[in-house]
Ligand binder design. Structure first.
Ligand SMILES: C[S@@+](CC[C@H](N)C(=O)[O-])C[C@H]1O[C@@H](n2cnc3c(N)ncnc32)[C@H](O)[C@@H]1O
Length: 307
């Protein structure tokens, strides 16, 4: 298979739907054996384009746009045409409009997807590298991580800042990480990095069971020893507590995270926007004094030592 050959392999049914119809129409398309259903802003790249904001790790605030283009892929033209006919007679289709059925050239989806993920440079010597890429020649330290269901491939500024902080502990001015807790581990990327940079015992926890599984798989792929589990599996005191979540959960988690810090231990928080620094400082003030120690693209890293 080539990345783009001329053979039409699939058929795309396009529909224009108002926001209130997106969910029932998408559900019906899936029930009609669509191979995939995607939703886009029908007014994208026009003056009427609407932004849907969601902080990383959280779903967007709404199911779709005022006018959404819903695209469903079918394996045959007949299946796409039948789906269009069946949808056309449903009550919930009122206000929707078919945009037509178009053949989609056969593509090598795997290669196309892989091509979008390149190695990520954390420091000149520390790289996050997808499994299908060769290691960059200058990579002294590396983690093998593929994009998956759990957050954390090193492309987000918050993750990168945490990774830089961890890598800095391996530098001459750094300090041993000791026992490490990665709270909200996602793919396990911070826990894996901590293990690579000398942590002696690593616990990685997340409320999402898919993240726990991904962390265990990624640990195996990187030949790293760690304990992945749900939050209640964080036990006792740690010399390093890492939490890249978001400002609101981090505020709520202040007593819990500080309760896990050993005397002299260090707390590293990320997932925080510049304007949220003060709120976080106040929330943690009863236990320790957070300071901003790194910043990238409007996101900040906050760290503190427990006395
Ligand atoms: C932004 S991702 C960070 C993933 C990874 N640690 C990184 O640095 O890229 C945040 C993770 O925290 C998890 N999470 C959110 N709220 C949580 C909570 N209250 N307790 C534990 N994990 C939580 C989410 O499921 C998600 O996997």
């Amino acid at each position: 298979m080539s990345i783009l050959s001329e053979t039409p392999a699939l058929f795309e049914l396009g529909l224009l739907c108002p926001e209130a119809r997106i969910e029932p129409v998408s559900d019906a398309l899936q029930a009609l054996d669509a191979l995939s259903v995607s939703v886009e802003d029908a007014d994208a790249r026009t003056g009427a384009e609407q932004a849907l904001f969601g902080e990383p790790g959280l779903p967007p605030p709404r199911a779709g746009w005022q006018r959404s283009r819903v695209c469903a892929l079918f394996s045959t033209e007949a299946a796409a045409r039948q789906a269009q006919q069946l949808l056309g007679v449903q009550d919930f289709f009122a206000g929707c409009q078919p945009l037509g059925i178009t053949p989609v050239a056969e593509q090598d989806w795997v290669r196309l997807t892989q091509a979008q993920f390149a190695p990520v440079e954390i420091t000149a010597q520390f790289w996050i590298v997808p499994s299908w890429h060769a290691l960059p020649a200058q990579a002294v330290h590396s983690l093998r991580l593929d994009p998956g269901l759990a957050f954390g491939t090193g492309t987000h500024p918050s993750t990168r800042m945490c990774l830089r902080w961890i890598a800095g502990q391996g530098a001459p001015e750094g300090q041993p990480l000791g026992r490490v807790l990665d709270y909200g581990c996602g793919s396990g990327i911070l826990a894996l990095a901590a293990a690579k940079f000398g942590a002696r015992d690593v616990d990685a926890v997340d409320i999402d069971p898919a993240a726990v599984q991904a962390t265990a798989r990624n640990a195996q792929a990187n030949a790293v020893q760690l304990h992945a589990g749900l939050p209640e599996q964080a036990r006792g005191e740690y010399q390093t507590v890492l939490a890249n979540i978001l400002a609101t959960p981090l505020r709520v988690l202040a007593p819990l995270l500080c309760g896990h810090l050993a005397p002299g231990g260090r707390l590293v928080l990320a997932g925080i926007l510049e304007r949220q620094a003060q709120v976080l400082k106040q929330a943690y003030a009863p236990w320790l004094a957070l300071t901003v120690t790194d910043a990238e693209d409007g996101w900040i890293l906050m760290t503190a030592r427990r006395h």
